[in-house]
Design a protein around this ligand. Structure first.
Ligand code: GTP
Length: 209
């Protein structure tokens, strides 16, 4: 079985959810994993991890979803969890402008702590609420400028949650496929130049005879 086929069978991915305290990271993960919404706010201490299996485009994904604490006092700790992450969900609250402005902080944090090629998706939560402070267009322009996809969701109403993971996992798979194609291309170029070289050597030795 080729590496590609094996990788297509089950893909193990570490996914981190980051963003300011109270944007709804825990509720989002619980809703996605358990199909339940917990309205009582209990701030995350340190980090929490959930495992879930899902299918994206016919590929089975084993997702390890890490719920990080948004509170400032845990930020040094949060940065230690970026290691080995394939994808990061950056969450803000559409009714809280400050949480959107702070996305640049989280992006800087990612640059300093995560791998260079980590895939990211921007997620605006609580779109069931009326008191919106961040409009979709503005968030879309911002997401585009960082080459991220944008999803607006409601963890409360279970709206668009699947879409977030689909977007992120598709981006991760596309990136892996590109890397693999690039690697195959480089390998075939090396082989080709080796063949050319040995051909030259042969003709050289023949000429010399
Ligand atoms: P920290 O653990 O402190 O980082 O916070 P968090 O980002 O994990 O937030 P949490 O999931 O605990 O949610 C904070 C509050 O927002 C809770 O009171 C939730 O009930 C509420 N909340 C979360 N998601 C939604 C949503 O989609 N809509 C509405 N209306 N409220 C939500």
């Amino acid at each position: 079985m080729s590496v590609l086929t094996a990788e297509r069978k089950v893909l193990n991915l570490k996914i981190l959810v980051v963003g300011d305290s109270g944007v709804g990271k825990t509720c989002f993960i619980y809703q996605f994993c358990d199909g339940k919404f917990y309205p009582n706010y209990v701030s995350t201490v340190g980090c929490d991890c959930r495992n879930v299996t899902t299918d994206v485009d016919g590929t089975r994904m084993q997702l390890q979803i890490w719920d990080t604490a948004g509170q400032e006092r845990f930020r040094t700790l949060t940065s230690t969890y970026y290691r080995g992450a394939s994808g990061i969900i950056l969450m803000y609250d559409v009714t809280n402008e400050g949480s959107f402005n702070n996305i640049t902080y989280w992006l800087e944090n990612i640059v300093h702590n995560a791998s260079q090629d980590v895939c990211k998706v921007l997620v605006g939560n609580k779109c069931d609420k009326n008191e919106r402070q961040v409009d979709y267009r503005r968030a879309q322009i911002f997401a585009d400028s960082y080459d991220m996809k944008l999803e607006e969701i409601s963890a409360k109403k279970n709206q668009n949650l699947e879409q977030v993971f689909e977007s992120l996992c598709t981006t991760i798979m596309e990136q892996r496929q590109q890397r693999l194609s690039h690697q195959e291309h480089v390998e075939s170029e090396i082989k080709e130049s080796q063949v050319k070289l040995s051909g030259k050597e042969k003709s050289k030795s023949w000429c010399g005879c």
